[in-house]
Design a protein around this ligand. Structure first.
Ligand SMILES: Nc1nc2c(ncn2[C@@H]2O[C@H](COP(=O)(O)OP(=O)(O)OP(=O)(O)O)[C@@H](O)[C@H]2O)c(=O)[nH]1
Ligand SMILES: [Mg+2]
Length: 1090
């Protein structure tokens, strides 16, 4: 096909029914980009010969070098079926787990997805995730079973075995879809049940419960991949061929004189051809007959590969092509490499692009078919449920469903990411062909310059250049484009038409339309507002559309207007959008639900410039990097150090490359990866380091008297002016409670902001202390709704909606259940919770067991009456902040605490008269400050009075490994303290799928080491999983008899927990208790005497 002009694609954008917005999703290396090459080649953008080797959509040099995709990119293609023309907006996405945020940005803009599965590797972790993501975003999938050629050449399966194998792979994929469906149905059922219970439905009254599950009634038949229904293509992307069942149904219906519809039904499945009756019969497996799929399809494919590639039978090639009706170019026929001949034949016989694109057009929905469920999901970020939206916002649902470009429809656009683009390559900056006049002018200038140079020697006779010509030359020079990047918004129009010059609101992720219900949807926003000038409670800026682009892979094409239903690029948003945003012509439009992020930024490095004078450039570069990548976070530490947070090693490398060559363009130095730890306490261990029970008899070293004193572990603290007494004890939180707290950090935040806005007391002190409980300041990221500004904000009034109250209540009951299941001592704990920390939303608790002073986190709806007399009320926020500071940086290595409860048993302020305290405390500073530091110190001491432990961040590590190197893989894992979880053998590829947990801190350069140790026969995926306590006491010294026997008195064998702790302490410049060699001389003499 010839190259399709952009104007033609622009024309097609108007026919919404014929648009397909799709993305390609798969596990890493399953062949997405190679498949995309075939589709791109079908539009003449690249040649058919380049398919597979070019990987056109991997436009970054490092993508080409490493052979993996690192960003999602889009291209618009034309596809014709009979006389209908379709516009396909195709997005290729990365498969590597580090870039899963790029997959989310792609999925959000699409209505359908092509799931690619490598038939040898089968369903892998990212395939599973892709299917789940597609399901949860309500996008319809089709399947491409890729790399069938590997079954023939590499695995050398017979056609019958291959058929069995393909059936199994299909079952695996469908099983994942089944899981998604079942969990979705159960979830919905739970909500319905809860509503029923709330309404006090007849079930309870009548005492009858309907035990039939919704799953029994739910219809999931439409969901699965079945070749006979046409949503599966079998392919070899690298060889450029692919077919659906319908491809062969059409081919054979003429040849065999059988109806196409009949063939469509029998070509896949348990059918065989009975040569006697000349009929297709069911039961091939039972009667040990060859299935039709094997007989008519696979055997043909196999013989093709065997003749051309295995036997290299050149003479048969020509007759074969004639039989198939293929015209092979003489150049291909003469080609020495038989693979090229095969590719040429196969890609003409069973062209991959047409099979895949036919399937896409026939099986995937157009933007107009967007379902109600998806619209509601997109619209309810702030409220969680559609019914809680305001009427004017609810009305917009019809506009989403209509997906119309009508003038009267509101414009709704979603931007899922901002991607950098070289300014020089923008369509408007591309060099245009010169007109004859310009050519003549340039010639004239050149001639004059030449003459001037010739006459330079003769200074008395200077030649004056024609000033008009010079002016023209200057304007041209001025037009010389700056060499830098601009950002383009990666967007989709859900309603209305985007035109140049139209003015829109840019709604930030925190925009809430409920605040504008009284307006008519149009509000006056200062035109000059940009991201950097927005205050923390403003979320809207205005923007005039100036540049609209058609995304064409490595290129952009400028368009004047783009109608609803299309994927596009929008320029000029640099100052308005940070990472994602919603654009609309009405403020009633809610911001879209945030995209689900599956990658956790866990790997940190500190970056700095080699030359201090370059620092401003680095800061600017970091801001740009932050804008361009959904998964990057930038932090500035108190020390002024800039820290970059990324999802993993590969992501980190890409970010650093971008930073030094694209955004900052200065040489940078990078610290060793910084891995976060947590600090916790545990119950006193009952067994020692050699797994022997500890009892009084076998303990050799008794604890000294100091420690005995704190045996009770309750710490008593006085403020410096001795006016206040506090008794604190630290206890480990049950694991379930910690998990619930960790999961509900958002609700804790919400609870705090409400508690704050409703509490009439202490606001002053709290305001002062807010910045203290954060040793990191986020760099120019749209600020979080700041607690202090919240008080007078309209939003805070809106915040206590029914829904948030409901969410808080369900969190409370979940937490209560977790407490109750952990033993009777926790029975009342839920009422005692005073605060969570650090940052008021962390996994540690402050428990209030002060007999005469009640304060609870869940008292947010109570007005505190008549307690002003108690002077402690004036200092509660100082008290809580002391706890916040303590939990933010523990005593082991200044890392945050996790899973610790601080029980306050007593808090007494001796002198109630505030003025007196004020005077008395003069020499020690303000009393509130004293209380805070005393609480902080008390918490630390209480923590130290318990057995302390370090917690490490853990990865789940999926390794695919060949049996011959399984041993060395385990050695590598063991050395890095990995814990084996499971090991499965894949019968066909005879490789092992190993799943293990591995501390993040031990994971660096693991990929390289594995590659070396296993000669590249193991592949690896790392995903953040959880925090795990390292069961070794960092301060451990032998104390039992057996420990003395095993480790000797000095016990100088390596203590892993201590090693981690010391490394962090060293990095932070804290004191490290290094062991110094004692009696060095004695040792030397000993060795001399020997
Ligand atoms: N044998 C065989 N190899 C294939 C086929 N399709 C792709 N490959 C090879 O698989 C490797 C990965 O292909 P890509 O297209 O880059 O895979 P991808 O899914 O885009 O990978 P990421 O984007 O990094 O996730 C390349 O070496 C391809 O040549 C196929 O049909 N058969
Ligand atoms: Mg790729």
């Amino acid at each position: 096909m010839h190259l399709v002009p952009a104007s033609k694609l622009g024309e097609l954008q108007k026919f919404v029914e014929n648009i397909r917005n799709i993305c390609i999703l798969a596990h890493v290396d399953h062949g997405k980009t190679t498949l995309a090459d075939s589709l791109v080649a079908s539009n003449g953008i690249i040649s058919q010969r380049a398919v597979g080797s070019l990987r056109y959509l991997d436009s970054r040099p490092d993508e080409q070098k490493r052979g993996i995709t690192m960003k999602s990119s889009s291209i618009s293609l034309l596809h014709c079926i009979l006389s209908s023309e379709y516009l396909i907006n195709l997005i290729d996405s990365p498969g590597h787990v580090d870039f899963s945020s790029e997959v989310s940005t792609a999925v959000r803009l699409c209505d359908g997805a092509i799931i690619v599965v490598d038939v040898v590797e089968g369903v892998c972790p990212q395939t599973r995730l892709a299917l789940k993501q597609a399901y949860s975003e309500n996008i319809r999938p089709v399947l491409v079973l890729n790399k069938i050629d590997r079954l023939i050449l590499e695995m050398q399966l017979t056609p019958i075995d291959a058929h069995v194998h393909l059936t199994q792979i299909l079952e695996q994929v469908n099983a994942v879809l089944g899981e998604c469906f079942a969990s979705d149905v159960f979830e919905k059922e739970e909500i319905i049940d809860m509503e029923k219970v709330e309404k006090n439905d007849s079930i309870l009254k009548e005492g009858i419960y309907n035990w039939t599950s919704a799953l029994d009634d739910a219809d999931d038949s439409h969901l699965y991949f079945t070749p006979e229904s046409g949503n599966v293509v079998f392919a070899s992307a690298v060889d450029g061929w692919g077919f659906a069942i319908s491809t062969f149904a059409k081919l054979f219906s003429e040849k065999l004189g059988v109806k196409e519809e009949l063939l469509q039904k029998v070509l896949w499945g348990d059918f065989y051809f009975d040569s006697k009756t000349k009929r297709f019969m069911k039961g091939a497996q039972e009667k040990a007959k060859k299935p039709v799929f094997v007989q008519l399809i696979l055997e043909n494919l196999w013989s093709m590969y065997e003749t051309i590639i295995v036997r290299k039978d050149k003479d048969k090639v020509e007759p074969m092509t004639k039989k198939l009706g293929i015209n092979l170019a003489p150049r291909d026929l003469r080609h020495k490499d038989m693979k090229v001949q095969l590719q040429a034949i196969m890609s003409q016989w069973l062209p991959l692009a047409s099979s895949v694109l036919n399937m896409v057009c026939q099986k995937l929905p157009s933007p107009k078919e967007i379902c109600e469920e998806k619209v509601e999901k997109l619209m309810c970020y702030q409220t969680g449920q559609f019914e809680y939206l305001n009427p004017s916002t609810k009305k917009l649902k019809n506009d989403f469903l209509a997906c119309s470009s009508d003038e009267n429809r509101p414009v709704i656009v979603y931007i899922s990411k901002m991607f950098p683009f070289d300014r020089k390559h923008l369509p408007e900056n591309k060099p245009k062909p010169l007109t004859p006049e310009e050519l003549a002018r340039r010639k004239e200038i050149a001639r004059q310059r030449h003459a001037a140079r010739q006459n330079q020697v003769d200074e008395s006779n200077p030649i004056v250049l024609d000033s008009a010509l010079l002016d023209a030359a200057l304007t041209e020079a001025e037009l010389e484009i700056e060499e830098d990047d601009i950002f383009i918004g990666f967007a989709r129009i859900f309603s209305g038409t985007l035109k140049k010059g139209c003015k829109l609101y840019v709604l930030g992720p925190k925009h809430d339309p409920r605040a504008f219900e009284s307006s008519d949807g149009k509000v006056d926003i200062d035109k000059n507002l940009t991201l950097s000038t927005l205050s923390s409670n403003q979320h809207i800026t205005t923007f005039e559309v100036s540049k609209l682009y058609l995304l064409m892979g490595r290129e952009l094409e400028e368009l004047e207007e783009i109608p609803a239903g299309n994927i596009l690029g929008i320029g000029g948003l640099d100052d308005h959008v940070l990472k994602s945003a919603t654009l609309s012509s009405t403020v009633f439009c809610p911001s879209f639900t945030e995209m689900q992020v599956y990658a956790v930024p866990i790997v940190r490095v500190a970056v700095e410039t080699q030359h201090p004078s370059d620092m401003p450039k680095l800061v600017k570069g970091l801001k740009l990097l932050n804008q361009a990548d959904a998964c990057v976070q930038i932090l500035v530490q108190e020390t002024g150090e800039h820290v970059l947070l990324t999802a993993g090693e590969v992501h980190l490398e890409r970010c650093l490359e971008d930073l030094s060559t694209r955004y900052a363009k200065v040489p940078i130095t990078v610290s060793e990866p910084i891995v976060p730890f947590r600090e916790t306490i545990v119950e006193t261990p009952k067994i020692d380091m050699v797994n022997e029970e500890i009892d009084d008899q076998n303990v050799v070293k008794q604890t000294n008297s100091d420690e005995k004193q704190t045996k009770k572990n309750t710490i008593v603290m006085y403020t410096s002016n001795k006016q206040c007494i506090i008794k604190i004890k630290a206890i480990p939180l049950p694991q379930e409670v910690t998990l619930v707290l960790e999961k509900n950090a958002d609700i804790l935040k919400l609870l705090n902001s409400q508690a704050f806005s409703t509490s009439k007391l202490n606001s002053q002190t709290q305001m002062k202390l807010v910045p203290l409980d954060d040793d990191f300041i986020k760099l120019d990221i749209t600020p979080d709704v700041d607690i202090k500004d919240n008080k007078h904000d309209i939003e805070s009034k809106l915040e206590i909606t029914n829904l948030s109250l409901k969410a808080i209540e369900s969190f409370k009951s979940e937490l209560d259940a977790a407490f109750k299941s952990s033993g009777t001592e926790w029975n009342n704990a839920i009422e005692e919770i005073w605060s969570a920390g650090p940052r008021k939303c962390g996994p540690n608790l402050l428990l209030n067991r002060i007999k005469d002073f009640r304060k609870s986190l869940f008292d947010y709806d109570l007005e505190i009456i008549d307690c002003v007399k108690d002077s402690r009320n004036d200092y509660t926020s100082s008290f809580v902040n002391g706890f916040q500071l303590a939990t933010l940086a523990g005593p082991l290595c200044d890392e945050p605490m996790m899973g610790v409860a601080f029980v306050i048993k007593q808090w007494t302020i001796l002198k109630a008269d505030q003025d007196e305290i004020g005077i008395a405390s003069q020499p020690y500073g303000p009393f509130s400050g004293q209380i805070m530091s005393t609480v902080k110190e008390g918490c630390r001491k209480a923590f130290q009075a318990q057995p302390q432990r370090i917690m490490a961040a853990m990865y789940t590590c999926n390794i695919n490994v060949k049996p011959q190197v399984l041993g060395s893989t385990y050695t590598v894992l063991r050395r890095r303290h990995g814990k084996l979880l499971s090991e499965e053998v894949d019968r066909l590829s005879s490789s092992f799928k190993v799943v293990a947990h591995l501390p993040v801190v031990e994971s660096f350069r693991l990929t390289d080491e594995l590659r070396k140790q296993t000669s590249g026969l193991a592949s690896l995926q790392l995903v953040f999983s959880h925090w795990e306590t390292i069961e070794i006491d960092p301060f451990w010294t032998p104390s039992t008899e057996m420990e003395y026997v095993h480790f000797g008195e000095k016990a100088d064998s390596a203590n892993r927990a201590k090693r981690y702790m010391d490394a962090v302490r060293r990095r932070k410049g804290l004191h490290v208790d290094d062991k110094i060699v004692e009696f060095a001389e004695k040792q030397r003499t000993l060795s001399k005497n020997k």
